[in-house]
Design a protein around this ligand. Structure first.
Ligand code: SPD
Length: 283
């Protein structure tokens, strides 16, 4: 069947970020509008409620940067929580590690998972069949509130932007709950929006995390389909710095498996905070 080519844009603060392609599905779930568009440059691209989420061809810029700075330093068997992550990319990167015992993937919208399995199968790959991955269709904030203390080694927040059902995942209460359920030597990581196109929420996230956790640091990188392209991920731990240690056990095999992330990318990325953000944070 020949589908019609159209332009589809994320409209953000009077700017348009668009791709040209054919709409494969436009579905209204209980929570949001889910669109998959097939494009020449990016393959299949997922849009939720008008915002670009991920695509076949550039998703690794995002998923590798959320996962590896947190997991590379973890030598012990790991119990992981992923909040969001319904496309399967974050779980796929986690499952590269041999020491993963369990991953609880907590996604509010079952339809995102079903649509991703069908249209973004390159992203989730065979993670969906891995017995270590447990899918829970629940609100992420509710999940952490009901979880016992000191339970997870790693918490990865792979959520949408800070609006509608995702708002709670950027709040003080949420970060406090994450700290409570994280083991004493655990690592917390979240996508922390763009210092350019989402500057206010970016500053809010960094300030809140810095107040809640004893140690935190932000990695800057790029995600080509997001507004402005510039993006960030913030990592935190309860006491000594657990995510920027000098000795990594798994580094060679993980670097070889990655398209974007490596130790140089990480070392540079953690030093790339734009000066205007640095100035605002030190006010
Ligand atoms: N502006 C889009 C932010 C979305 C971050 N999450 C993307 C999900 C990819 N797994």
């Amino acid at each position: 069947m020949n589908l019609r080519q159209i332009w589809l844009d994320e409209i953000h603060q009077d700017s348009r970020y668009g791709v040209k392609g054919e709409i494969l599905i436009n579905h209204k779930s209980k929570y949001q509008e889910i669109i998959i568009i097939n494009t020449k440059n990016y393959g299949n691209v997922l849009m939720l409620d008008g915002c670009w989420m991920t695509s076949d061809k550039e998703e690794k810029y995002y998923h590798e940067c959320l996962v590896h700075p947190a997991l590379i330093s973890k030598i012990n068997p790991c119990n992981i929580l992923i909040i969001g992550g319904g496309d399967g990319g974050t779980a796929r990167e986690c499952l590269k590690y041999n020491n993963i015992l369990n991953i609880d993937l907590v996604e509010i919208d079952a339809d995102v998972i079903e649509i991703s399995k069908k249209y973004l199968s390159q992203i989730g790959q065979n993670s969906w069949e891995d017995k270590r991955l447990k899918i829970n269709i629940v609100d992420g904030f509710e999940w952490v509130k009901n979880c016992k203390d000191d339970y997870y080694d790693i918490i990865l927040v792979d959520c949408s932007d800070a609006k509608e059902h995702a708002t709670g995942l950027f709040s003080l209460g949420f970060y406090q709950e994450c700290k409570r359920i994280l083991k004493s030597d655990g690592i917390f990581a979240t996508q922390s929006e763009s210092p350019e196109s989402f500057k206010e929420i970016h500053l809010k996230i960094l300030n809140l995390i810095n107040n809640v956790f004893n140690i935190s640091s932000t990695l800057y990188g790029c995600v080509p389909i997001y507004p402005s392209g510039l993006w960030s991920w913030t990592f935190a731990s309860k006491d000594i710095n657990k995510f920027l240690i000098e000795k990594y056990e798994n580094i060679k095999s993980i670097e070889e498996s990655c398209d974007i992330w490596n130790l140089n990318y990480q070392s540079g990325g953690f030093k790339m905070m734009p000066n205007k953000i640095l100035k605002e944070l030190s006010k």
